[in-house]
Write a protein that binds this ligand. Structure first.
Ligand code: NAP
Length: 285
């Protein structure tokens, strides 16, 4: 059986090359796409993620504003900061790095981000629009998974897709997006019974569990397509790569699969937000 490694770096480079041109054109018209990131507290992995996102912006000519608030920031102070960014006409996308410290009302903070700047797809309105099939900015990992599927021309319509995980930023939205593309979708979670027997029927498996090497090759059927969104300590995915590779016709590696495309989707959605801003300005003028 022919096997295909679904390479996130290839997909990412193609999109970023296109984005560089779009950023250049926007700058010619006086707009520099700008992503504002907010980090609250001193979680070192979160700091690394935020830095990576800011650097990725700069590499394609975008601007990034990094706001780092102290651990003891209150919900009200965070909301004020988000509101300032909502009102700032030079900011096109807002990303609140999560998790935020426990004393902060994270949901309220997400909901305060204005919909047209919600490039990370965290507001309930953004999620609802994605689920209904007309969302502009889905959350970035589901968007990356769909981008990989489209890039490699993987047939989704009529296929049985099993998503393992139902988090609001990953499992749920990607399930809705696959359904919107006419897959038959089953979403599994920690209460799911007989997970291996469900997976055995899957044509497409999306792993979003948060447990290293969790999905085993013996649970899968021959020829399955596996997209692993997992990212665990030691650069390990949620899929047991070696055994799943034996069964799969196409599979994403970790690292180098869904991960690099996720950040690229954040850039892409911020560029789209800036393009929409320009369109609105042109309509008013
Ligand atoms: P999460 O919020 O912890 O959700 C994990 C999901 O897996 C939950 O829905 C949970 O079910 C389910 N689950 C846990 N144990 C299970 C089991 N034994 N059988 C079936 N389902 C089970 O995690 P997340 O934020 O969605 O992230 C998932 C993975 O993606 C992690 O490895 C994370 O590092 C990675 N991730 C990657 C990116 C990227 O850029 N590539 C971005 C975000 C996340 P319940 O709902 O019942 O608890």
């Amino acid at each position: 059986m022919e096997k295909q490694l679904l390479d996130g770096h290839v997909v990412s480079k193609e999109i970023r090359d296109d984005l560089k041109n779009r950023v250049f054109k926007l700058k010619e018209q006086g707009i520099t796409p700008c992503l504002a990131t907010i980090l609250v507290g001193d979680n070192s992995s979160s700091e690394t993620y935020v830095k990576m996102k800011g650097n990725a912006c700069e590499k394609i000519g975008m601007k990034s504003i990094r706001i780092h608030l102290p651990e003891q920031t209150t919900t009200e102070e965070l909301l004020e900061q988000i509101q300032r960014l909502n009102d700032d006409t030079n900011v096109h996308g807002i990303l609140l790095q999560h998790p935020v410290p426990e004393h902060i009302d994270e949901r309220l903070a997400f909901e305060t981000i204005s919909l047209e700047k919600d490039v990370d797809g965290v507001t309930s309105a953004g999620y609802g629009q994605t689920a209904l099939g007309f969302g502009k900015f889905p959350s970035c990992t589901p968007a990356a998974i769909m981008e990989m599927i489209h890039h490699y021309q993987i047939k989704v319509s009529g296929k049985f897709a099993v998503v393992v995980g139902r988090s609001p930023i990953l499992g749920k939205p990607v399930s809705a997006m696959l359904l919107n593309e006419d897959a038959t979708v089953t979403t599994c979670h920690s209460y799911t019974e007989n997970l291996p027997s469900i997976l055995k029927q899957a044509d497409i498996v999306i792993a979003a569990v948060g447990k290293p090497n969790f999905i085993k090759g013996e649970w899968l059927k021959e020829g399955v397509i596996v997209l692993d969104a997992g990212y665990n300590k030691g650069n390990v995915g949620d899929v047991d790569f070696d055994s799943c590779y034996q069964k799969a016709s196409a599979i994403t590696p970790v690292p180098g699969g869904v991960g690099p495309v996720t950040i690229t989707m954040l850039l892409k959605q911020t560029v789209i937000a800036a393009e929409e801003k320009l369109n609105t300005m042109n309509q008013i003028a």
